[in-house]
Design a protein around this ligand. Sequence first.
Ligand code: GTB
Length: 225
Amino acid sequence: MIPVITAFERSPDRGRGLARDMRVRWALEEAGQPYQVRLLSFDRMKTPAHLALHPFGQIPTWEQDGLALFESGAIVLHIAGRGAGLLPEDPDGRARAIAWMFAALNTVEPPIVELSMIRLFERDAHWYAQRLQVVETRVRQRLAQLSAYLGDADWLDGGFSAGDLLMVTVLLRLEGTGLLEEHPPLEAYVARGRARPAFMRAFEAQRAVFLEAQGASGPPPAPAT
Ligand code: GTB
């Protein structure tokens, strides 16, 4: 059975590929695995039918042959684990690539998500500027560390892996902040990820959903986490 994933019916990112179905779509494209997408409204995400798949009522989810998964990282790991060319064959290299997947989601993504939340929802607070500075410093620290590690390498640990796939999608969320541009090696790293044909196919697929929804009726709803 072809896998079915879920995505926003009307993504608040306006088709910029920042919602977390993008990383699943990209992994599927890298694997050459055809898939179907069930598009959900915010209301449908909170119905019992969807909560049975995702306890937190979010996207993305994965269903195939009786297996249902949630959490984008777990889904990408599942795809990568099935010989998609996203994890090295040698056990040590594989373990290091998985460590980078965790690093992307647990170490680099949290301050970046916090920063986007502040920029989106806390602009009117009297402490906005102070808090922004604190969180920007946290993000800068991570970017400096990551950039120093990457140096002039193309990818984090040898060839492109699921670790890079997740890291690039995480760094993409910095679009428009100017922070990535402070680190040319990271800017080039993200550009390399974006230039992969599988990324481009995934990007166009999620963008097509936005364009169709926009054509159907008015602007999308306010951003959500
Ligand atoms: N840890 C989970 C995972 O990795 O799968 C987090 C899943 C998650 O946050 N899903 C979000 C969601 O379903 C969509 S991706 N939100 C609806 C809800 O919670 O009710 C997060 C996201 C949303 C919007 C933008 N944007 O507009 O730029 C970027 C990322």
